[in-house]
Design a protein around this ligand. Structure first.
Ligand SMILES: [Zn+2]
Length: 51
């Protein structure tokens, strides 16, 4: 687990899906200690393939 990244990047409190998807995309790239929730997994995977 990338504790430094987590300390610098708290999970967004915003309920907006876009904010949470962006967090999970960055998380998958920088840490990945746990998978994105199923509701976001497809969008996160798509974003990772593009980048
Ligand atoms: Zn993590």
């Amino acid at each position: 687990m990338n504790t430094a990244w987590h300390a610098a990047n708290p999970i967004p409190r915003s309920p907006r899906p876009t904010a949470r998807i962006a967090w999970h995309v960055a998380h998958a790239q920088e840490c990945g200690c746990r998978p994105a929730p199923a509701a976001f997994a497809e969008a996160v995977e798509a974003a990772l393939k593009v980048s």
